[in-house]
Design a protein around this ligand. Structure first.
Ligand SMILES: CC(C)(COP(=O)(O)OP(=O)(O)OC[C@H]1O[C@@H](n2cnc3c(N)ncnc32)[C@H](O)[C@@H]1OP(=O)(O)O)[C@@H](O)C(=O)NCCC(=O)NCCS
Length: 175
């Protein structure tokens, strides 16, 4: 887990600040976006309590507008390489399409690089595969239905160095 000292605030030109955050900061947006209408405890997971788990939040002033959670987990498609997995990737509905998801992933890649992590992967919702592929992830294998949500998913994965450079020159965030 990166230390918050390695993640000093540096706002993008339009004022979105992405920082390491506590789990209580990221859970409300997780719930709103990924388990709407379900009990709040559906966004509490055992991995949240592990010391190696960490979270990033995107702030617009004091508002949390994007979140993601990361933890060490071997990648089925990159055996032998040091990997982390992410879950609970969510951008507030009112802030989508402005580059916040890309910023979250890129900041994660920079911090993972600093930790010597080589691969980032996830079980991506099929509705978000276009996002992941747009920022450089590769989709692997057959799709599957998540038993908790009934939503279709595929494995997505990327070399951390490729994610660090994804779209560096074309990024824009409008506010
Ligand atoms: C998926 C999600 C995180 C993307 O966040 P975002 O801030 O809107 O994404 P960005 O603005 O950074 O988009 C980056 C690029 O991906 C594209 N993109 C974003 N969402 C997309 C989608 N669902 N399908 C296809 N392309 C998408 C954007 O058009 C953009 O392309 P561009 O750079 O060529 O303009 C957000 O839509 C979301 O929270 N969705 C609901 C929750 C969800 O599905 N989370 C993922 C769970 S695995």
């Amino acid at each position: 887990m990166p230390s918050s000292a390695e993640d000093a605030p540096h706002p993008d030109p339009d004022g979105i600040v992405i920082q390491i955050a506590g789990v209580e900061t990221v859970r409300p947006l997780r719930h709103l976006v990924l388990r709407p209408g379900r009990p709040v405890d559906t966004v509490h997971t055992l991995r949240d309590d592990e010391p190696s788990t960490w979270h990033l939040a995107a702030f617009a002033d004091a508002d949390v507008v994007g979140v993601v959670t990361l933890f060490a987990d071997a990648s089925p498609h990159f055996p032998g390489r040091r990997a982390e997995r992410f879950r609970w990737m969510a951008v507030h509905p009112g802030w989508r399409g402005r580059g916040i998801g890309r910023l979250l992933m890129r900041r994660a890649a920079d911090l993972l690089h600093d930790q010597g992590v080589e691969v980032l992967w996830a079980q991506g919702r099929d509705s978000a595969l276009g996002f992941y592929e747009d920022i450089g992830f590769t989709t692997y294998g057959d799709g599957f239905i998540d038993p908790d949500t009934g939503i279709g998913h595929h494995i997505v994965a990327i070399d951390v160095e490729d994610l660090r450079s994804a779209g560096r020159t074309s990024e824009t965030v409008e506010s």
